[in-house]
Write a protein of this length. Structure first.
Ligand SMILES: Cc1ncc(COP(=O)(O)O)c(C=O)c1O
Length: 394
C-alpha cells in the first residue's frame, strides 16, 4: 500500500498550504506536526483542569514513549533517558567518562556541541579530515593512537548532510576498542537506527529537528554495560528506589540510564508528551501500525525527494558540497555560491525558507542549506529550482 504523503502534509502540517510555505529548514527545526501539537495541548488542558491529580499517569505516558524509542532504535527502554536537548546528552556523556580521559576522534566539520564538553573537561580532541565531504573509516583509522578511547560524530552532518555508514563504523570502533558516541540529531525520527547492530555505546538526539516536536526534548541512549561499569553521571531524588519515602539519606540509585531522566528531577512533560504524538504519526499514519516500517518509509521518502532535488540542482550554477552517493544521503543538501547571502534573501522574498551558512573560518556566508523532510513534496523542490533560476544574482 502506498502512503498518501499529500494527505499527511495537509492534515499534519496545514500551515504549509495556508501560508504557501516552501519549508526547507527542518535541519533547524521542523514544523510541529498536528499529532505532536495535540498531545502538548492535551497536557496543558490536563494541568489546567486537574492540576496534579493523577500525575502518575504522566509518568506512565513517558514510559510508553520510552518504549517506542526502544522499539525504534532497538534498545531496552531502560537504556533510554530524557533530557532537554542534544547538548545535555553530550555533557552527560563527557561527565560519565571524566575519570577515564582519553583521545576523542571527531570529524572536522562536526557540530560544535558534540565535543564542547569533552574539550572543557580536558579530553584531547583529535580532528579527522574529510574526503570530498565524506568521513571515511580510513581517515578515522589514520588518526588512531595508543591513547584513542572515544569517537564522537554526527549520524548526519548538519553542515553538509553527509550520513555516516554506522554499520561499518560500529565494526571499526569494536576492532579498535573505541567507545562509539553518535549524535543523531540530524537523523533521529526519520532514518533507521539500530544501536545493537551498529554497536553504538551512546546515542544522543533532540526531537526538534526532524520529528517535529518543537523545543525542549533531548534523548540519550546509554548501553547498559556502560552504566554498570561507569555509573550514572547525574542523578537526583527521582533516581533512587522508593523516592516517595522522602528519605534524604537514600542514595540507593537505580543503575539504569532511565534513572537519569531530567537529571533525576521532575520531567518537562509539556515538551516530552509531544513525542507521543510524533511517534504515533510515524507508526500509525505512515507505518500502518508498524513503527519500524514507518521509519523506513520516511527514510525512503526523504531519499527520493533529495535525489529529485539533486537532479534538478545540477541545472543551476550552484556548487553542491554535499556528497551525492546514495549511501551517504540524508535530508540535507548544501550548496555554495559567492552571492549566497543575496540568493538566500531572494528565496525568503519568494517564501522559500532555507538556511544561510558559512565555513567557520570564512567571514562571508557562501553556503545555503536545504533541509528536506518527508512533508515536503516534489512541487516544493521544482518551485525552489524555478525561483533560484529567476534570481539575478546567479
Ligand atoms: C548535529 C547537531 N547537534 C546538536 C545540535 C543542537 O543541539 P541542542 O539540541 O543541544 O541545541 C544541532 C543543531 O543544529 C545539530 O545539528
Amino acid at each position: 500500500m502506498s502512503i498518501d504523503w499529500e494527505t499527511i502534509r495537509q492534515e499534519e502540517f496545514p500551515s504549509i498550504s495556508e501560508k504557501s510555505l516552501i519549508y526547507l529548514i527542518s535541519a533547524g527545526a521542523s514544523l510541529m506536526s498536528k499529532s505532536a501539537y495535540n498531545e502538548g495541548i492535551r497536557y496543558f488542558d490536563q494541568m489546567r483542569t486537574n492540576g496534579d491529580i493523577n500525575h502518575e499517569l504522566l509518568f506512565l505516558q513517558v514510559d510508553e514513549i520510552r518504549k517506542s524509542i526502544g522499539e525504534y532504535i532497538n534498545a531496552d527502554p531502560d537504556e533510554i533517558a530524557f533530557l532537554i536537548n542534544t547538548t545535555s546528552g553530550i555533557s552527560a556523556s563527557a561527565y560519565l567518562f571524566r575519570d577515564h580521559i582519553g583521545e576523542v576522534l571527531y570529524p572536522s566539520i562536526e557540530f560544535p556541541t558534540s565535543i564542547h564538553m569533552f574539550r572543557k573537561l580536558g579530553y584531547p580532541c583529535v580532528r579527522v579530515e574529510d574526503e570530498n565531504g565524506a568521513y571515511t573509516i580510513a581517515n578515522f583509522a589514520s588518526k588512531l593512537t595508543k591513547n584513542s578511547k572515544y569517537s564522537i560524530q554526527s549520524h548526519v552532518q548538519s553542515f553538509n548532510g553527509f550520513r555516516q555508514n554506522l554499520n561499518e563504523y560500529g565494526n571499526f570502533c569494536i576492532e579498535n576498542g573505541i567507545k562509539n558516541i553518535i549524535n543523531s540529531t540530524q537523523a533521529f525520527g526519520v532514518f533507521e537506527i539500530d544501536v545493537e547492530a551498529y554497536k553504538i555505546d551512546i546515542l544522543v538526539a533532540n526531537a526538534l529537528k526532524w520529528l517535529g516536536c518543537g523545543y525542549g526534548v533531548g534523548i540519550i541512549y546509554i548501553k547498559d554495560d556502560i552504566i554498570q561499569k561507569f555509573g550514572l553521571p547525574f542523578t537526583g531524588w527521582l533516581s533512587v528506589e522508593n523516592p516517595f519515602a522522602m528519605d534524604n539519606k537514600n542514595m540507593d540509585i537505580i543503575q539504569k540510564t532511565s534513572a537519569m531522566d531530567s537529571l533525576g528531577g521532575c520531567p518537562n512533560f509539556a515538551s516530552l508528551l509531544t513525542l507521543k504524538g510524533a511517534f504515533n504519526l510515524i507508526k500509525e499514519k505512515i507505518g500502518g501500525g508498524d513503527l519500524k516500517k514507518g521509519i523506513r518509509l520516511t527514510q525512503e521518502r526523504i531519499i527520493s525527494l533529495t535525489s529529485y532535488f539533486l537532479e534538478k540542482l545540477i541545472t543551476v550554477p550552484l556548487t553542491i558540497i554535499t556528497p551525492q552517493e546514495i549511501q551517504y544521503r540524508s535530508g540535507i543538501i548544501t550548496v555554495q555560491h559567492k552571492k549566497a547571502k543575496r540568493i538566500h534573501r531572494y528565496l525568503i522574498k519568494n517564501n522559500v525558507y532555507s538556511t544561510l551558512k558559512r565555513y567557520p573560518d570564512d567571514s562571508n556566508e557562501t553556503l545555503i542549506r536545504f533541509a528536506i523532510n518527508y512533508y515536503n513534496n516534489y512541487e516544493d523542490l521544482e518551485k525552489t529550482i524555478q525561483i533560484i533560476n529567476s534570481c539575478k544574482y546567479l
